[in-house]
Design a protein. Sequence first.
Length: 613
Amino acid sequence: MHGGPMGRFGGDVDTLRAKNADAPKIPNLGKRIAELFKPHKGPLGLTIGLILISASLSIIPPLLIQEAFNQGLFPTHGSPDIGLLTTIVWIMIGIYVVNGLLGIAQTYLTSRVGNKVMGALRVKLFDHLQSMELAFFTKTKTGVIQSRLQNDVGGVASVLSNTVSTVVGNSVTVLAAIVAMLILSWQLTIVAMILLPLMVLLQRKVGRLRGKIAAKTQESLSEMSAITQEALGVSGILLAKSFGRAQEEVNRYANENQNQINLQVRQTMSGQGFFTMVQIFLSSIPAVIYLVAGYLITNNALLTAGTVVAFTTAQSRLMFPMMGLMQIALDLQTSSALFARIFEYLDLNPAIKDPERPKKIAKKDLGKIRFDNVTFAYPESGDEAEPTLKGISFEIEPNQYAAFVGPSGSGKTTMVYLIPRFYDTTEGTISFGGVDVKDLTHADLTANIGIVNQETYLFYDTIRANIAYAKPKAKQSEIEKAAKAANIHETIMSFPKGYDTLVGERGYRLSGGEKQRIAIARVLLKNPPVVILDEATSAMDTMSERIVQETLDSAITGRTTIAIAHRLSTVVQADVIFVVRKGRIVEQGSHKQLMAKQGLYYKMVSEQTKVKK
Ligand code: ADP
């Protein structure tokens, strides 16, 4: 059988990169991120409109302060003008109330857009992964795939929902403040802005550093989720417990965890120096401005006390939005590493795709299967490795029962997996119903083929749901009929909850034989014209020969059956038996013919009967 969920080969995209964990290079990354927002033009336009309104409103308060000082508090003639000052108070309150309300609306709009974009991205990635070929999953750790969906998409979530509003909001506030400052005094504005280019430059440097650390952090997160997935699954726990290796598993996790902690601290700390510098700079500007104003007034420039106070008010209002913008620029640079990882997966090309012009199977040929000189090597085994299948040719007629027997590892499973195109042949063609499988759609192939694997996968749900997976709308009576034919109905009824018994990873533990019969019931419910039984009765060893035979009979009657069998008593009745050895068909014929030949089949049969005696 093939590797379990952990895959039997390392060397996936992720482990390869772990040694050199920079973010993948994705061209046009910025453009592609922007495109994610395209479907939300309406709400985004509205947000920008609201932001522009509140920004224009926020130019007013500093100018009002100038008024308050120059005309209200210290008018050229007489005492303070209380009337004017009262009006200014009301206007100020009015502006801030309106701005506050606009802010709430903006937050609502942007958080909706951000979350929608992220949700869509997650589903797109999930959908894309579904279309990947089996080989992708056998060579990539499950935890690593999960991590891309959860940690990477989750990691960009806050950026997606905050970026637009923060960028637009802050840049508008900054612009408004600068406009107000320019209106008040262009000379002081230059002083206030003098170090800005330097800050932008430094910011970019810090951003790049953070991006690199982020890529490493995500890599380490995905490694941790792979460890969790492997070690804390039922099989992993069982393995660790039976070999007393729990401590080693803990250590493995703790090591990666330490790595994660270091990276997180580095991530937080990188740029702190920079931010502190920016803060010191922005906070000390007002004093510098008073100094420069002093010089300007000495040199006869027209600067009133009101102007200077209003100017420093406007300037101090710059501080937070400026910092906010720099933070967002940093976040964007950091999260671009995450985006790159997401796009890298989205850009993976499924190796097996539906044909552009699919053909249809003629009804009369349904159930006909033909291999023409098929050679197959697992892509991940490398070029030098011996192909797993070599020059396989055979033909199975509709409604025939064909059995494949042979030593374990000879390539039987591999061969039948080529029929539903889990893998593509390296050389040669396979036709299904008279049509090359490469000319058929995946939907057409799977609709006509039912597979019972050696290892049955039951998901965490009721027995009913597990059987009905093949036909979600099936009635209870249909499900029961299938279960009866698979000889599992009575066993199910003996459970206290019957068909409502929960099975799967956290549910009731069924024996291997029971699971296999549920899997057979599943296929019987689907009732496809072709079934593939991969050692489908292997775990029923302890059951009586009669029950096994009955179950098998229901599975094969009225359809083409391809059975891989290790229990040779079940293949006696086969129309044709193929004996596979080291990737080749070495004998073929009926039980009678092969026995008469006294070759490999004969030897296998004699050995099995000897054991039984
Ligand atoms: P059988 O079903 O006859 O026991 P298989 O088809 O499972 O044999 O395996 C045939 C050979 O292919 C074995 O040598 C096995 O190691 C190899 N093999 C099986 N699955 C994979 C895989 N996903 N990648 C690479 N090699 C594989």
